[in-house]
Design a protein around this ligand. Sequence first.
Ligand code: PMP
Length: 404
Amino acid sequence: MIDVESIRRDFPILGREVYGKPLVYLDNAATTQKPQCVIDSISDAYRNVNANVHRGVHFLSLEATDMMEAAREKVRQFIGAGSKEEVIFTRGTTESMNLLASSFSRAFIKEGDEVIISGMEHHSNIVPWQLQAERYGFSLKVIPVTDRGELDMEAFSALISARTRLVSITHVSNVLGTVNPVSEIIRIAHSHGIPVAIDGAQGVPHITVNVQSLDADFYAFSGHKIYGPTGIGVLYGRKELLSKMPPYQGGGEMIKKVTFQGTTYNELPYKFEAGTPDYIGSIALAKALDYVSSIGMDIIADYEKSLCDYALERLAAIPGMRFIGSAPERSGVISFLVGDIHPSDMGTLLDRLGIAVRTGHHCAEPLMDRLGIPGTVRASFSFYNTKQEIDALSAGIERVKSMF
Ligand code: PMP
């Protein structure tokens, strides 16, 4: 069981007021708030151990390096990767997907080949592939989304061809909340010898993820969505594939030897970590992973599901409420529209009541086109949210409705 009142005390920002009202923060899919232990770990690291990693022979540099590598080990354990070499630190999911698209395409994709994505992808799992598709002359095939907001699995099987080189899919939709059947997708793709990449930006913070039991080939996520700092993220990749992929960026740290005649690259994972990494970010991310582990990911998932169920029930009672996405397998996101109130009007007026939600296309414009809507209002939950906050959201929506 979650002791939500005690958890809320760990997050100083949750005690804030906005417009003289208690903050009701329901924009967790965009970014999560940080517990005091994560905030402290950043200032402690700057106060006590700051020095550039991996290059120094002096005490502080060695200590900072050990802490960064311990953070990598923590990530490895958290996502169940087989080895630390398979854990690459990036700036976030977006950079992870760009690294993957760039290096994977260069290593494995030729003109006329195909990459399968889906109709519910975030722009960061669309545009990096478009950039490479233009460069290498491959095409993108898109799994359609059903009216309930699920992937059309029959269509997926039909899209697979002898030219398919990769399937790249979101674990959880940041708009619909749909939890995609990634194990099934991986099983089907692997039966054709095709690797699968998972955008886990909305997966890892809410669901226990084990990349080995999933059998995922790549898995990306962002630190800031799992209570860690901004500017740090992860790309997990299977060693056999990563070792055949060229570096993404060049510079310090990713090399073994540089001459003007040619350069040899460092081993994994450093080959993909050019320049001074955000070692403070890695250290603080490890602290965030310790924090959620101390609560327990399964307990978090159960609590967030109960919040989501409660919210669906409460909001469904509002006349004119229309949910966008009704997949039975869902995680902490509810998108909706009310009557003909524009989502940005709803968001702005809720804000004045102290309620932070997100509005717009949520970086998923093709999905908005598919659904024939300009955008949605999105409430997204964390384990620090309460039923009272959902009551406040429901009352807030009623109040906004009464203004129209
Ligand atoms: N994928 C999904 C499903 C997301 O929700 C997000 C963030 N909204 C991203 C990718 C991009 O994450 P970031 O901005 O942290 O790189």
